[in-house]
Design a protein around this ligand. Structure first.
Ligand SMILES: Cc1cc2nc3c(=O)[nH]c(=O)nc-3n(C[C@H](O)[C@H](O)[C@H](O)COP(=O)(O)OP(=O)(O)OC[C@H]3O[C@@H](n4cnc5c(N)ncnc54)[C@H](O)[C@@H]3O)c2cc1C
Length: 349
């Protein structure tokens, strides 16, 4: 997203990825276009997140004719079943001036009319009709294809950057594992969970660490589950073609991405407790991803202190998809040296 934002403003960009591009956390995530329980987050997270849906609607329109991929922004709304969160949820839109988070309390009859798949024992929910999700594996592929089609973009896959060459307060070049040297005016570190490894040479510690999250994918008929559902941080996300993404977990297993059977069972139990009839449909895939975990979930977006051309856009933890368009814009504006569309100080490095 940072590269997209930069090329749209006239920059030439070279992208390096240590593996296949666009296959890490941004592929693995759920694509919910809102923090889960936004009232639990720092305002700096919600400030970026509130631009997610509108920005993706514009990006999808721009990218689709070139990439041929619709990343499916589905405004299916969200039902939250955590009784202890009802008051926060019902007041949030008004108290924080976020109309996209408007909600209402549904009691038994209206709830089951809206969503007949729900467990009959569920007696109420808070409903957020504006909330949407994107099909993020398609988003990442669409962005990648679009970038690949642009004359001012070069993409190097399976090429790990290991070092920055610095003179005084200026980065002169980056080196990859094979010792190849690449020179640019500006350098952006957007390396998710791996960021700490790369900034170590500057004596920087941003406390970004990999947080393992696991997912289970069901396949139901098209439009089978009408809404996203969430209870006790576990969620179900229906896709347009009937796939339902269920997740997730948060564990510190270092860089180990192995799937764990106990986590899988927890996700399945949580999903079935909300939508029991899912048991009749197959689980078609399971995967995990490494979120770039940071202590408050507020990403670092800006220039590295004492270096005049090194920038970071990382540490988005659980909300990197919804925050991505605004994060990219905030970074691009700082690189350009123009006024930022809102205060960038909470994200300073
Ligand atoms: C299970 C799960 C569910 C999630 N659900 C949601 C959600 O519903 N909504 C939401 O907004 N967010 C969600 N997230 C969070 C979101 O996916 C992340 O915050 C976001 O994708 C982080 O993006 P990123 O570009 O910083 O990192 P990544 O997408 O991980 O990309 C980092 C890239 O940097 C590359 N790299 C690292 N080091 C180097 C190096 N030295 N040289 C070259 N390349 C390097 C990696 O190979 C990788 O491709 C979820 C995440 C997970 C795992």
């Amino acid at each position: 997203m940072t590269a997209l934002e930069l090329i749209e403003h006239g920059y030439h960009v070279e992208i390096f990825d240590q593996t296949d591009a666009a296959k890490a956390a941004s592929w693995a995530g759920g694509g919910i276009l809102s923090p889960m329980y936004p009232w639990k987050y720092h305002p700096a997270v919600n400030q970026l997140a509130q631009f997610g849906k509108q920005s993706y609607l514009s990006w999808n329109k721009k990218l689709m004719p070139v990439s041929g991929i619709d990343f499916e922004i589905e405004q299916v709304g969200m039902l939250i079943f955590d009784h202890d969160q009802y008051d926060y949820g019902l007041n949030y839109a008004h108290d924080f001036h976020e109309p996209e988070q408007e909600s209402s309390l549904l009691t038994q009859d209206t709830l089951h009319q809206l969503n007949p798949r729900l467990n009959k024992t569920l007696d109420s929910a808070v409903y957020f009709p504006q909330l949407a999700n994107i099909r993020n594996p398609r988003l990442t592929q669409s962005v990648l294809k679009y970038l690949q089609s642009q004359p001012n973009v070069l993409i190097h896959q399976h090429q790990r950057i290991i070092e920055f060459k610095q003179t005084n307060n200026h980065i002169q070049a980056v080196l990859d594992e094979e010792g190849n040297r690449y020179v640019a005016d500006h350098y952006v570190i957007a390396t998710g969970a791996w960021t700490e490894n790369l900034i170590d040479q500057f004596g920087l510690k941003l406390e970004i660490k990999p947080i393992h999250g696991q997912m289970v994918l069901y396949k139901t008929p098209e439009k089978w589950l009408p809404n996203m559902c969430m209870n006790n941080t576990m969620y179900l996300i229906p896709r347009r073609d009937g796939h339902i993404v269920c997740g997730s977990s948060t564990n510190d297993f270092g860089f180990d991405r192995d799937l764990r059977e106990d986590i899988s069972q927890n996700i399945i139990q949580a999903a079935l407790s909300l939508v029991p009839d899912l048991v009749d449909f197959p689980i078609v895939k399971q995967w995990s991803g490494l979120r770039p975990g940071s202590p408050t979930g507020v990403p670092k977006i800006g220039r590295v202190k004492d270096l005049n051309n090194l920038w970071i856009n990382a540490g988005h933890y659980r909300n990197g998809l919804v925050m991505a368009p605004a994060s990219a814009r905030l970074l691009r504006e700082q690189i350009q040296g123009v006024a930022t569309f809102f205060d960038a100080s909470p994200y300073q490095i």
